[in-house]
Design a protein around this ligand. Structure first.
Ligand code: DP6
Length: 320
């Protein structure tokens, strides 16, 4: 029987931005993320006698839009010996305005819904490996709270694990919608281009140290260390894009304005930090008690911009 599986989006505090193996999505670096409660994807999979079909938010997707989903499902079917045509239904509970549409919740939910439908018994480690093949960041969404994707060097050794599924840390994320247009350069191609930067290897060499520092910040409940390091790591990733050959950037004028505003707020004693993924929007890391003031400032500077507040979300869950 087909059941709905829910996976939450995650935001990397130490970024994955480069592959050692594109087919298996083996990364060149380890990464660490926070799973978010506010954004998630619900997905079910079932057999059909008709053609493969993928429905997103109730709309049947055309073959181009469905291509990535079905090429992934074909890999899973080949691995487990199934050859049915399938109907996939996904609903993205990501406020369209939040600019946070993410493949992490999509492929985590899809991997789990596939295993659920065929009653394939996998533990979370194996589920994380399966989700990774759909989209790298998805392997971290199997877990709630903080999770670490240890890079490994093979299909068997590259998976995420839970660092702390129920963190007590006062850490909130404000997703600021500066621009809701689809990103121009996908993560998959951006991270490929980025490897031509002369700073790519120096950045890679820092990965283990930064990961360990981030793990220590979490264990010590040190919001300042976590924020400073998340901001540094995001800026390193974007510096690599700016120095790739040819260079590119996800930043837009409003991205820089938002960075400046975070810096201004900090100077005023409101502690907050930013992280930025493969798009122009910024996510602010802050404490709950400061969130209202930060939101108000952003809304006054950015013409009532939409902002969604998120806290820690759970790992993968089966809904019925
Ligand atoms: C900047 O997981 O979307 O969000 O494996 O090619 O699907 P693919 O890439 P994806 O990349 C995410 C990149 C990032 C950083 C991160 O989530 O670690």
């Amino acid at each position: 029987m087909s059941k709905i599986v829910r996976a939450h989006t995650n935001i990397a505090l130490i970024k994955y931005w480069g592959k050692a193996n594109a087919e298996l999505r083996l990364p060149l670096m380890s990464s660490l993320s926070m799973t978010l409660d506010a954004f998630y994807t619900d997905t079910s999979v079932e057999k059909t006698n008709d053609e493969n079909a993928f429905y997103l938010n109730g709309q049947k997707q055309d073959s181009k839009q469905s291509q990535r989903v079905f090429s992934y499902l074909t890999k899973l079917q080949n691995k487990f010996g199934y050859h049915d045509n399938l109907i996939v239904k996904s609903v993205n509970h990501v406020p369209t305005s939040a600019g946070l549409a993410s493949s992490s919740s999509a492929f985590a939910a899809l991997a789990a819904a596939f295993c659920q439908y065929y009653n394939i018994q996998v533990d979370k480690k194996e589920l994380s490996r399966l989700a990774r093949i759909g989209s790298g960041s998805a392997c971290r969404s199997i877990f709630g709270g903080f999770s670490v994707w240890q890079k490994g060097d093979s299909d068997a050794s590259s998976y995420a694990y839970a660092l702390d599924e129920h963190p007590q840390m006062d850490l909130h994320l404000l997703a600021v919608e500066l621009n809701t247009n689809q990103k121009k350069i996908s993560s998959t191609s951006g991270m490929k281009e980025a490897q031509s930067s002369p700073f790519f290897n120096p950045w890679l060499e820092r990965n283990e140290t930064e990961l360990n520092q981030m793990i220590a910040a979490i264990k010590n409940d040190d919001f300042t260390a976590l924020g400073e390091l998340a901001e540094l790591n995001a800026n390193e990733m974007h510096a690599i894009n700016l120095t790739a050959q040819p260079k590119f950037t996800y930043f837009e004028p409003n991205t820089i304005r938002a960075i400046k505003l975070v810096e201004d707020l900090r100077k005023e004693g409101i502690e907050c930090y930013y992280t930025i993924d493969a798009g122009p929007n910024i996510k602010i890391l802050c404490r709950l008690r400061n969130s209202k003031e930060i939101i108000e400032r952003f809304k006054s500077v950015f013409n009532n911009v939409n902002i969604v507040i998120a806290n820690f979300g759970p790992g993968i869950t089966c809904l019925d």
